[in-house]
Design a binder for this molecule. Structure first.
Ligand code: UD1
Length: 336
């Protein structure tokens, strides 16, 4: 049985990926410092799959702890989710973001090299493309200057990994996520809301649940069919499954270069108003909203060209926007 380390394995995307890994017969070890997650997720994962993953509460900024962990755990692969991800917060706390997202990445890569562990999957983001000149966005689209320290940590992270693959046996894949949404069909795991949601779907869901009075739709004068911004919303379970495919590619040496990059999206763009309409249709719930000014730093439109991931990974999304929105609502219902 192949052993996989999942850092940030109790977080939103991490927890869904742990479930899919276990479903596919991998033995999973989780590292998570609970900075943006809850220990209860461990029991939730266990109740979905019937298997309790090994868990370590390690802060990956602790270089010595990282060293000791890898000396004792010769894993077959590493999926590295653990990172801070709030765009606004990163502007306020840039150094904390660089220390947490870059420091820990470097420590992990050093220990992979020291222990000759060679299969590494990195959580990247479509934020590296900024407002792309052409849609849909291919992996060859130019990287634009980052809008935030958070975005910069993803760009720098990719560069660091690429450089590391040049001087070691490391094989790595960076997965550039578009907008991950939704929850597991069991409604046992999902995106844990902490404070006022900054992302669209959690805010929509909380407004429908009466926790928030009204959703502000940021910008109605974009150059899009209905004037609201367009994104590629991908179901988190589809996204999770792509990680297993990518990891297998490395373990089985099917990669074509030591460092590869894939977009993970549906290939379909939906506007904010379309999301609200779909949500109302599938849940029968009303979402109060008002049109307000654009949010600083937002782009007009982004959606993935999925051809490369579809052809090369043999992976494609199976779930729809409706599926994702309904699952997000069912998850919210369990939080009452
Ligand atoms: C945001 C981040 C991105 C990050 C991603 C992770 C910014 C500028 N970008 O993407 O770097 O990788 O989250 O999840 O923060 N919207 C509203 N009202 C709301 C919230 C959002 O109208 O209350 C709109 C936004 O203007 C945007 C769309 O909904 O057009 C999606 O927003 P969001 O879910 O925050 O994702 P992104 O901004 O695309």
């Amino acid at each position: 049985m192949k052993k996989v380390l999942v850092t940030g394995g109790l977080g939103f995307i991490g927890s869904h990926t742990v479930v899919e890994l276990q479903n596919e017969g991998f033995e999973v070890i989780i590292i998570d410092n609970l900075s943006n997650s809850s220990i209860e997720v461990l029991d939730k994962i266990t109740s979905i799959t019937g298997i309790k993953p090994e868990y370590h509460n390690i802060d990956l900024k602790d270089k010595l702890a990282v060293k000791i962990f890898f000396e004792h755990h010769p894993v077959d692969g590493i999926i590295h989710f653990a990172a801070s991800k709030a765009v606004g917060e990163s502007v306020q706390m840039p150094l904390e973001y660089y220390e947490n997202n870059i420091g820990s990445l470097v420590y992990i890569l050093q220990e992979l090299k020291a222990n000759n562990l060679n299969n590494f999957i990195f959580s990247s983001s479509c934020t590296v493309y900024g407002q792309a000149d052409e849609l849909p966005i291919t992996e060859n689209a130019p990287i634009k200057p980052a809008e935030s320290p958070y975005g910069n940590t993803k760009q720098i992270g990719e560069e660091i990994i690429k450089d590391a693959t040049k001087v070691s046996n490391l094989k790595a894949i960076a997965l550039r996520y578009f907008n991950p949404i939704g929850a597991h069909e069991s409604a046992k795991i999902g995106e844990l809301p902490i404070g006022v949601p900054q992302n669209l779907i959690p805010f929509v869901v909380q407004t429908a649940a009466g926790i928030r009075e009204e959703l502000s739709v940021f910008g109605s004068d974009y150059d899009t069919p209905d004037g609201t911004a367009v994104r590629d919303y991908i179901h988190v379970v589809d996204l999770a499954k792509a990680h297993i495919v990518a990891l297998r590619r490395l373990i089985e040496n099917n990669n074509k270069a030591q460092f590869e990059i894939f977009n993970l999206g549906t290939g379909k763009g939906n506007s904010v108003l379309e999301v609200i309409q779909s949500f109302e249709k599938v849940t029968g719930k009303k979402v109060n909203y008002k049109l307000v000014d654009r949010r600083a730093g937002d782009i007009t439109a982004a959606y993935a060209d999925t051809n490369y991931a579809n052809d090369e990974l043999g992976w494609k999304t199976e779930l729809s926007l409706d599926d994702a929105l309904l699952s997000a609502w069912k998850w919210q219902e369990t939080l009452k």
